[in-house]
Design a protein around this ligand. Structure first.
Ligand code: AMP
Length: 487
């Protein structure tokens, strides 16, 4: 009988879940017997990587050989770091994390049940991830030797996992505050189908920002005239040890009213921080999540929300529950914050591979959360003509008849594809991020004003293809992720 796997490749922690032949979803423990594995990779002197708890522990002792929060760099084409002779890049580091999860799970399967190694998986990504980050995540899976069936948005996976137990018709808001990313999705469960009405997020906002606030607070209290950001750039060892202490303090503050951080900065300090101080200093960060929710609600047409799920490790902070209660008048449910996403991915893998589900819930429409457009002339202004809007369904196919050649004897087109967060057909060029540019040649001259039909399609994994059809000839414009070459 077949089994299906889902992987939550998290910013801070990762997790692998299985759906077995009885349609039971469980999380597979790692070699250390833990349900989640820190998404941290460290490198030995000879370049051998090690991943997880050992690597996390290595962060304080040997930060120069340790890599954390690599998921935040997935969109950074200019990321550059060298450890010994190894060029560190987000794809390979992510591949190491995936390998650790899968190798540990394989070992357990082989030793306990004599089963074959895992091959096919669904990997989760923040709903906010654009084309580049999605392509890179898929590539990381490939480099880890996996067949990535597809990618799924993290909040969608969480809702799928939640919906299995709660199948009634309703609208759900999924608030996912992880270690380094924030995502919100508005979902609808109707007659056994889960549709995403809107999704939004910020992949530079997460628990680590709350930790940095604690670090800045204690430094200020001790009159140390340096910020967390300065330390990160100039004294990474102190930064790392302070961040570890701050994270611990933050976790203690979920249970207690005050705690203190012991750290070494030109001498030993022991600085107290109270929950009230922590909550006040991080109100702005909470407010940022509120604005992102408001945008998502607007995109979804402000539906009545029946249930709010809070997932992601940082949702354990007391202020999250208070904030949601105040904003919506609904007590949110903290739903398996570390496991729900991986479990949802496994459920989705089963659905995708079998073409049906025995669990009574089917995934409907998902959303992409980012707009994509082409630079084009609108009158005499160079603008972005959006082809896919952030409010469009994830699986989308569209064609446009409004484009034509600009001069006589044109034999090709220069295409510049931009990612942006404007939910309009046209927007200013500066609002977009250039994803890819290139030329499409059809090989013979055509007169000015020849219609160039544009076709665009985005698959379930969120990866986009653009085609141009001119005088009956169809040419594909391949969107390669810039910066990192895929083999
Ligand atoms: P995730 O990316 O979902 O694995 O979430 C990891 C984040 O959750 C990190 O920033 C952790 O510091 C944070 N976290 C985990 N446990 C707690 C807790 N008890 N209180 C506050 N934050 C927590």
């Amino acid at each position: 009988m077949e089994e299906f796997y889902g992987i939550d490749l998290g910013t801070t922690n990762s997790c692998i879940a299985i759906i077995d032949e009885d349609d039971t979803v469980t999380v597979v423990t790692n070699k250390e017997g833990l349900l989640t594995t820190p998404s941290v990779v460290a490198y030995e002197e000879d370049g051998t990587p090690f991943v997880g708890n050992a690597a996390k522990a290595n962060m304080a002792n040997d930060p120069d050989r340790t890599v954390a929060f690599i998921k935040r760099e997935m969109s950074n084409a200019n990321y550059s770091r060298k450890i010994g002779n190894i060029d560190i890049n987000p794809i390979d580091v992510s591949a190491e994390i995936l390998k650790k999860l899968v190798n540990d799970a394989n070992m357990k399967r082989r030793d306990d049940y004599g089963k074959d190694p895992i091959n096919k998986v669904v990997i989760t990504v923040p709903a906010y991830f654009g084309n580049e980050e999605r392509s890179r995540t898929k590539e990381a899976g490939k480099r880890a030797g996996l067949d990535v069936i597809t990618l799924i948005n993290e909040p969608t996976a969480a809702a799928l996992s939640f919906g299995i137990k709660n199948k009634q018709n309703r609208n759900i808001l999924v608030y996912d505050l992880g270690g380094g990313t924030f995502d919100v999705s508005i979902m609808q469960i109707k007659n056994g189908i889960i549709d995403t009405l809107a999704t939004n997020g910020n992949h530079q906002l997460g628990g680590v920002d709350w930790d940095e606030t604690i670090v800045n607070c204690v430094l200020k209290k001790e009159n140390i005239n340096v910020t967390c950001k300065d330390l990160k750039t100039n004294d990474f060892a102190t930064y790392s040890s302070l961040m570890i202490a701050a994270e611990e303090a933050k976790k203690i503050l979920t249970d207690r009213e005050k705690t203190s951080l012991r750290y070494n900065y030109k001498g030993i300090h022991n600085t107290e921080i109270t929950l009230a101080e922590f909550e006040e200093l991080t109100q702005e960060l909470m407010g940022m999540t509120g604005n992102i929710i408001d945008e998502a609600m607007k995109m979804a047409g402000n539906p009545k929300i029946d249930d709010i799920l809070i997932v992601g490790g940082s949702s354990r902070m007391r202020m999250v529950k208070t904030f949601i209660e105040k904003k919506f008048g609904i007590t949110p449910r903290l739903f398996e914050p570390d496991l729900a996403v991986a479990k949802g991915a496994a459920l989705y893998a089963a659905q995708e591979e079998k073409g049906y589900t025995e669990t009574g819930l089917q995934m409907g429409d998902d959303k992409g959360s980012t707009s994509y457009g082409m630079a084009s002339w609108v009158g005499d202004k160079h603008m972005i003509s959006n082809l896919i809007l952030m409010s469009d369904n994830l699986c989308v196919e569209k064609s446009f008849d409004k484009f034509s050649t600009r001069s006589d004897n044109q034999t090709g087109l220069h295409v510049s594809l931009y990612e942006n967060r404007v939910n309009e057909d046209v927007c200013e060029l500066y609002l977009g991020k250039l994803l890819q540019e290139g030329d499409i040649d059809w090989g013979y001259p055509v007169p000015k004003g020849t219609p160039a039909k544009l076709l665009v399609n985005r698959g379930k994994d969120g990866i986009i293809k653009v085609y141009i059809e001119i005088q009956g000839q169809k040419k594909e414009f391949v969107i390669n992720t810039k910066g990192i070459a895929f083999n």
